[in-house]
Ligand binder design. Sequence first.
Ligand SMILES: Cc1cc2nc3c(=O)[nH]c(=O)nc-3n(C[C@H](O)[C@H](O)[C@H](O)COP(=O)(O)OP(=O)(O)OC[C@H]3O[C@@H](n4cnc5c(N)ncnc54)[C@H](O)[C@@H]3O)c2cc1C
Length: 436
Amino acid sequence: MSIDQTMGRMPIGFQSVDRVRETVTRRIIDKNTRRVGAPDYDSVVVAGNGIGALSFAARMARSDEFAGKVTIVAPPIEETRKLINGVSLRGRAADYISSAIGCTHTQLVQAITDYGSGKPACYRQTSSMAAQGRDGSWNFSRIGAWQGGHGGSDRPIVYGARNSRVTGGMWDLMADLGIRHIEEKAESAERMRAMANGTRPLLVNATTNPRLLGAEATTPVRMVLAVQVPFMVKPGGIAYPLQSSSAYAPLIRRNGIIDVGYFTPFADPLSPRSTWYGIFARVVDVGSGFDKDEELAIMTDELFGVGDALGLEPDDPDETLARALVPAAGFWGAPASAPGTLELKRAYSGGAPCFYADGMISAALGGLLAAEAVMKGDDADRVVRRALRPLRWHNYIWWVETTRIAVVADALMRLNVNLAMAYPHTAGMRLWAASA
Ligand SMILES: Cc1cc2nc3c(=O)[nH]c(=O)nc-3n(C[C@H](O)[C@H](O)[C@H](O)COP(=O)(O)OP(=O)(O)OC[C@H]3O[C@@H](n4cnc5c(N)ncnc54)[C@H](O)[C@@H]3O)c2cc1C
């Protein structure tokens, strides 16, 4: 489909900035998928209600071939104030989600944050090392801007939004796409097949259950520990090195591994007093004998302590604070799906989640590209695997820097942040910022 045909389906009110975003996204689709023939399927049944599932389902439902033939099987989204899943949504991920749903960036950001696109966004990313002194106070080495330079980019780099509102907002925007929603947990391939609106359905697994359609589950070799909370600004205002409209990543070296912190502008209709959010994440090897509770307690102290030094206080942490231990998938490749099925979650999940803000962009792009591949009769597994390779590679390098050469990374960060973060972090701007 040409860009003009695609744009013909876009809502009135598309501005030139939306046109650029859609054009760039379409170029990525065209580069990664090719028409092989008619689709092998006449309908799809998607299990799951995350960003990957919804991007896939929305794009399929907007096609001529699959309109009215898309079923989602999943419990309704449960929205609570707790920050259970990813919050830092890359601007480029918003491009992909908007393209899948057929809405503008502004409509998407409005739906997920209740604000226009400017407020809960960062236009610049800074970083430095952080360390706690003997008196308990936090000290920060000289910061550097690794994306957006001194003045900031003219494109949004990251939005801060609660994950369950991102998916809730996506559902709201998808209300008119004719998708049938069966509000229950998917149980088996047989039951999913019986729910199809067609005789040759593709069954899609975008859930956290890798065995749902009978596939083998792999044993993780790494885990990610993470703590995150929404923050309110203290009466004195934010404190350097935190700066308005900028995300700041404080890095703490502890026992040979760097705890990766990230503070970025944020908006959540359920926590309206919070205008920032913060996270600390740490990747550990499964066999390293780490004590989960002790680690999460230390990281919560880091989160609250660094937040306090930045002029922030947690917003109702009893209700909003999330502590997670998440298995990390392998960095490279995933086996092909069994015939008649698509292991979508497995195809787009690679590397360590939580610590490089790449989980949601992978799900959004993976869902969008898989839909385009299915519509063209192409191999969705291969398409997603290949297209996501640069994201995986950057995740891998960040993991090496923060867990395998943490001493060197620490020294380089203190010497020159711009040099330390040049590749792939600054160089990878096109995988972060919106394309316009
Ligand atoms: C603490 C933490 C911090 C993170 N930080 C970031 C970040 O800053 N930026 C970023 O991009 N990513 C981050 N991530 C990763 C990001 O949240 C995920 O990669 C992303 O949300 C995955 O989305 P998904 O579409 O794969 O589905 P998920 O969000 O994993 O959703 C899968 C859904 O499937 C449903 N489900 C399970 N079983 C069934 C069933 N049998 N039938 C139907 N439905 C079922 C579940 O209820 C779930 O809602 C973070 C993750 C965590 C845990």
